[in-house]
Design a protein around this ligand. Sequence first.
Ligand code: HEM
Length: 154
Amino acid sequence: MDEMAIARAFHVVSVIAWIGGVYLVTFVVLPAVRNMDEALDQIRSFDDIESRFGGHAKVMVLTAGASGFYMLYKLDAWDRYANLDFWWLHAMTLIWGLFTLVLFILEPLFLHAWFDKRAQEAPAETFAMVARFHQFILIISLITAFGAVAGAHG
Ligand code: HEM
């Protein structure tokens, strides 16, 4: 197996674990939590599950980014950023940047505390907003993964 194949394998496994986790949170965890009666139970359960997944997501975002940039370097394909036919490369990089920003900067700085405060004041609205955000990011991630496989092999 050459280095490119190993980097590709790391990339795909990282993406499976990361985006698969977002899928579970969006379609299983959030609806289950929103069905709970007490706002405090909703917040505690969601915080607990998301913070456990957060550690995994951070590692997977790092390995997906490292393997992705390594593949670009090996393929010497930086000029793809100047070509809109490679829209899936722009989309991959954007999604990665968004998760990096949220997981490593915004959440530890203020997002977590802001969510807890807002969820206590208006639980239904806050969980609906969080659900919409997860649905949006999940859909663009799945479309991007579809485009990346088709683009890399098409
Ligand atoms: C910094 C972020 C990223 C970079 C630089 C990057 C870069 C790359 C590169 C260079 C390839 C190989 C393309 C080729 O063989 O022509 C690739 C493949 C792929 N990437 Fe990414 N990627 C990133 C993030 C992501 C994300 C966030 C996703 C998922 C939403 C993703 C999903 C995939 C998939 C599914 C493939 C196709 C693997 C295959 O079937 O060979 N990547 N990526």
